[in-house]
Ligand binder design. Structure first.
Ligand code: C2E
Ligand code: MG
Ligand code: MG
Length: 739
């Protein structure tokens, strides 16, 4: 009976996964026979069948009992008759004899006399079921004699003859015997018969009938249950097992072939369900493999260039190392490459152009390098190449030079415009530089950073010295953190002047770090150019910048209280601009120090606009709403889009000092400085020039109508106290700085 025997492979001893079985406790399969007895449907059908059979049989019994009763009473009547009949003389036999007066007289006497003597009656009553008897003359219903128990029925006419009477308790039954019952005699006899046995017999009859009925019902029910189990439950459970298997592993359901006749309703349904399960599994497999393909592509390939991404590149590198284990490691070049000033192209020409160039670089590298090379795109404009070295090409640097040439020799043509792209390249070799392929890549990256630091458009091969430089930078960062905590940082101030009036209008706050050491001088000043980039990379610039702003605001407040309405310009780095809640912090500092907002200026460089222009625009606007002034520092060196300039809430452009330095001997730089002044004025902005070192610089700027100046010609950045003396000593005339 077990459906498992018919080829359903169990997943566990129950044939269902534990999880699925746990989720559907009522679905836990057991052997089919035990399931039949537990099946609610089977029980319902069976109980209904059982009760139906029982009710029908009880109805039949109810109809049969009165018949049986009549039959038993008839039997009693017959027994009574057979007991009485022998006592009655044959009346007609007498009639057939020849007539005589004596006989007639005798006959008349007989007609008025009981045919049964008292003695006969006594015997009759004591030895038979007859308890009482009344004898009538059949012609005139004359009572001839009455013996034993009194009789209820009295014969008076023909109609009385058809009656019978049963006592209420069923113990006696009165019946009428007539001529043909009693050997054609002329008497009517009413007998009271003992009918006590009838009730017992009926009870016995009913009892045995009920027993038979019950057994019959039981038999029918059992047969029904077995039939249900075999033809209904078993296939349904088989189908349910199919469905459990499908729900457990929809993509790969274990579906045994159906042993049931597909032409019957359930077999057909099972076949249909199996078909659907298989169709579902097929489509899920298709969806899954398509999704896996997509996920694989997304996880391992760069969607823009179609090249492997960093993850796949590292995997391929690692594969090489594993393949080399045991055998001699295959020397492999690992090259990282960064497109120079790519961000600027992206920002100024739009992402479409940038994307086309990236695709072009990927394509050109792929086409120019041999099959054995793995070319990957990492972040925005960073590519990586790994290629096994051979006897012909046994130096990584040679491959790097080839790569640089591939990019440099011909410009990239996008929308009919030519873009000359150059690259910074870092080179390392596996296993020469490290036995760990991940470290080799790291080394190539270190070399790449070196190439970028040294002015880009160059190739740098990894050397252990680079590592040392990196270590030094880490040490510097640790020292800087300590300096911030130990309050070893200081602020110097460099004055700013109105070029036309000569009035001191402001000062730039410049960070100074006197790094203590064991030398004779007790330490040395570290240039901000050296430590600010490290602070920016590590995020330490945020607390440092906040400290500078607070200090500068306090100083501005002090000077203002002392009668000098001087604006202090504070440098804000990109990291600070985006990482901290710049606006809230500035508002807090303004409130805490009580400085007049117009006495504070924040200098940001164009780089902040390159990260996220909309956030930059919004932040500048909110800062401006606080009342502080805003300037763009080092203007002209970045690649800020002029179209956005109008949207920036700024007050001042600060021409980068490189243009001023070269303005007198380089026509291009002079032209740029001039353009910036005009651009600023056209946008109603003030223009300040920094790096003003000589009178000639000053005269040039005066001629170009630059508004403000700052530079060594007037003063180097100096400590706060000295600055105070400087203001007090300054006579308001710029020519006082002429030597
Ligand atoms: P910057 O904001 O462009 O500051 C002007 C730099 O030019 C200062 O260098 C200043 O000393 C120098 N300088 C001023 N006049 C002349 C001149 O006539 N000739 C020459 N050759 N140089 C001149 P410094 O102090 O070394 O600062 C370098 C850079 O470090 C600053 O450039 C600024 O970007 C950054 N920096 C300084 N202090 C801070 C600060 O508190 N926070 C942030 N985020 N950056 C700061
Ligand atoms: Mg500055
Ligand atoms: Mg500057």
């Amino acid at each position: 009976m077990s459906f498992l025997a018919k080829g359903v492979k169990p997943q566990n001893k129950h044939g269902v996964s534990d999880t699925v079985a746990a989720a559907f406790p009522s679905l836990k399969p057991q052997s089919t026979s035990s399931q039949i007895w537990k099946s609610r449907i089977s029980w319902r059908i069976t109980i209904s069948a059982f009760l139906t059979i029982l009710i029908v049989q009880v109805a039949i019994l109810t109809l049969t009992i009165p018949q049986k009763e009549a039959q038993y009473l008839n039997e009693i009547k017959e027994i009574g008759r057979s007991s009485i009949a022998p006592l009655i003389k044959d009346g007609f036999a007498a009639m057939n004899t020849p007539f005589s007066i004596e006989k007639a007289r005798e006959e008349l006497a007989n007609r008025t006399k009981s045919p049964i003597t008292a003695e006969q009656a006594r015997q009759l009553l004591s030895s038979t079921i007859v308890n009482g008897i009344s004898i009538y003359n059949a012609q005139d219903f004359l009572l001839l004699g009455s013996y034993g128990e009194p009789i209820s029925m009295i014969m008076i006419d023909q109609e009385s003859l058809s009656r019978s009477y049963r006592s209420v308790d069923g113990s006696s039954y009165e019946v009428v015997y007539r001529g043909n019952d009693l050997r054609n005699s002329d008497y009517v006899i009413v007998a009271r018969l003992n009918s006590e046995t009838v009730a017992d017999r009926i009870f016995d009859f009913a009892q045995s009938n009920v027993m038979i009925m019950f057994l019959l019902s039981l038999l029918v029910t059992t047969v029904l249950m077995i039939a249900l189990g075999h033809w209904l439950l078993e296939p349904i459970l088989f189908m349910r097992d199919n469905l459990i298997s499908a729900s457990k592993s929809p993509e790969n359901p274990k579906i045994p072939p159906s042993p049931y006749d597909a032409n019957d309703e359930i077999g057909g349904t099972i076949l249909l369900a199996q078909k659907l399960i298989k169709q579902n599994a097929d489509s899920m497999m298709q969806v899954r493999s398509a999704a896996e393909d997509k996920i694989h592509k997304l996880a391992y390939f760069d969607s823009l260039t179609g090249l492997p991404n960093r993850t796949l590149f590292i995997q391929k590198l690692a594969e090489k190392a594993f393949a080399a284990e045991g055998s001699k490691a295959q020397r492999t070049a690992v090259i990282t490459l960064d497109l120079d000033h790519f961000k600027d192209i992206n920002d100024s020409m739009g992402h479409n152009v940038g994307d086309a160039i990236l695709r072009g670089v990927g394509k050109r590298l792929r086409m120019s390098l041999p099959e054995s090379a793995v070319i990957a795109r990492f972040d925005a404009d960073e590519f990586a190449i790994t290629m096994p070295l051979s006897t012909d090409l046994n130096k990584s640097i040679d491959i790097a030079e080839k790569v640089a040439a591939i990019i440099k020799t011909e410009p990239f043509k996008v929308y009919n415009e030519n873009f000359q792209i150059r690259s910074s390249i870092g080179v390392a070799t596996y296993p020469d530089d490290s036995a760990d392929p991940g470290d080799v890549l790291k080394n190539a990256d270190i070399a790449l950073n070196r190439a970028k630091e040294e002015g880009r458009d160059r190739i740098k091969e990894y050397s252990e010295d680079f590592d040392r430089a990196v270590q030094q930078r880490f040490q510097l960062l640790r020292d800087l953190r300590d300096a911030l905590e130990n309050k070893d940082l200081n602020i110097f101030y460099q004055p700013q002047f109105d070029l036309k009036t000569g009035k001191i209008i402001g000062a730039e706050a410049l960070l100074r770090w006197f790094k203590k050491d064991n030398s004779k001088e007790g330490g040395k000043y570290i240039s901000p150019a050296e430590f600010i980039p490290i602070a920016e990379q590590s995020g330490l610039i945020v607390p440092i910048g906040e400290w500078v702003l607070k200090e500068a605001c306090r100083t501005a407040r002090e000077w203002h209280d002392a009668g000098h309405d001087i604006r202090i310009a504070v440098n804000v780095s990109g990291a600070q601009f985006f990482q901290s809640d710049m606006v809230k912090y500035t508002a807090d500092v303004l409130a805490k120090t009580g400085v007049k907002p117009h006495n504070v200026e924040l200098e940001v460089t164009e780089s902040v606009f390159m990260d996220d222009i909309s956030i930059a625009i919004d932040t500048l606007k909110r800062l401006h709403e606080l009342g502080v002034e805003l300037a763009i520092d080092d203007f002209g060196t970045g690649y800020s889009s002029l179209s956005y300039l109008r949207q920036f809430s700024i007050d001042r452009l600060k021409i980068d000092q490189s243009f001023i330095r070269n303005a007198l001997n380089n026509a291009d730089d002079a032209a740029i400085a001039r353009t910036i002044v005009r651009l600023g004025h056209s946008l109603n902005l003030k223009v300040i020039a920094e790096g003003v070192e000589t009178k000639e610089h000053e005269q040039f700027l005066l001629a170009e109508e630059c508004d403000e100046v700052q530079g060594f010609r007037y003063s180097k950045p100096i400590p706060k106290d000295q600055f105070w003396d400087f203001i007090n000593e300054y006579n308001g005339n710029l020519s006082s700085f002429d030597q």
